[in-house]
Design a protein around this ligand. Structure first.
Ligand code: AMP
Length: 290
């Protein structure tokens, strides 16, 4: 595996590659969720992963400064999981004002998760756009764990860069907790307690399947979350992807999820704190694939 820091070098190398390129963007502190993305990427000719903790997507300096850094371990995991090239740029060059175009998330970045993290999705899109420009991949793999993120990358970037976005279902540990780099900041006890999140989401999905009632679904999730006193709910949002597709003026997200027979996805997303660490999760309640 080659590790490349320079923007000019990655551009030159990628321009010279024959065959299909896939990119897997990450912020490091790798876990089984990232490994799931890498395993989807393996089948393409050239697997390029990126490791860049994007300052533009943090709206809280505590969160940015405490973001876990496990670089040497990450490098081993990238190697073991079929990465051919790791692009790990330095902040200064990646964020150089003379070369970076801001990609505004606009209204779509102000709803749902975005309403709690002003500027977050613009920060994400700006860097993913830069990664696409430099690497020019035909495919890019992202997790459904960050549902609004993958949807916005699909609607705002995939057409202009001619990149096919490959979604990967959220990978979870045995007790249902979605893998996340931030889990490293939790104690063992905290991780156990955080399993209430998936318990609540699953209970919500069961409720939806038998009742088809949005208000009841939200109440059910809240009830289950409240069983764990140390989980502090920030929000529970029950909505459907059509809310986003209307803002984005696209028909629906079937080009992203490609699941037969589903024209609109009902989703529950939530965020909350355990041990002062912010965790997010979501479930598509009417999908069997995601
Ligand atoms: P991050 O390093 O947190 O920016 O995440 C990099 C990519 O991994 C994003 O596409 C995330 O959606 C994805 N990802 C994060 N957690 C998981 C998970 N538990 N399962 C699957 N994908 C994930």
């Amino acid at each position: 595996m080659r590790i490349i820091e320079s923007l000019q070098e990655i551009r030159d190398i990628c321009n010279g590659l024959k065959g299909e390129k896939v990119v897997v963007p990450t912020m490091g502190a790798l876990h089984q969720g990232h490994v799931a993305l890498l395993s989807k990427a393996k089948k393409f000719d050239h697997v390029i992963a990126t490791l860049f903790v994007n300052p533009l997507q943090f709206n809280n300096s505590f969160d940015f400064n405490s973001y876990p850094d496990t670089r040497s371990k990450d490098i081993e995991i990238f190697k073991k999981n079929g990465v051919d090239i790791l692009f790990a740029p330095r902040n200064q060059e990646m964020l150089d004002n003379n070369h970076i175009d801001a990609i505004e998330a606009n209204k779509s970045g102000d709803i749902w998760e975005g309403s709690y993290r002003p500027g977050h999705f613009t920060g994400v899109l700006t860097i993913v756009n830069r990664i696409f420009e430099l690497i020019k991949p035909q495919h890019a793999v992202f997790g459904v764990k960050d549902l609004q993120q993958i949807c916005l990358i699909y609607s705002k970037l995939s057409l202009s860069h001619n990149v096919r976005i490959i979604p990967v279902k959220t990978a979870r540990d045995n007790n249902g907790l979605a893998y996340s780099s931030r889990n490293l900041l939790l104690s063992n006890k905290g991780r156990e307690k955080a399993s209430i999140i998936f318990k609540a989401l699953k209970s919500g999905k069961d409720y939806w399947n038998s009742h088809r009632d949005i208000d009841g679904l939200k109440n059910r999730i809240e009830e289950v979350l409240n069983e764990e006193a140390s989980f502090e709910i920030q929000y529970i949002k029950v909505t459907s992807l059509s809310e986003l597709s209307k803002l984005e003026k696209i028909d629906n997200f079937s080009g992203l999820f490609r699941e037969e027979g589903i024209t609109d996805y009902k989703i529950v997303m939530l965020a909350g704190y355990i041990e002062d660490i912010r965790l997010i999760d979501n479930l598509i309640v009417n999908s069997e694939l995601f």
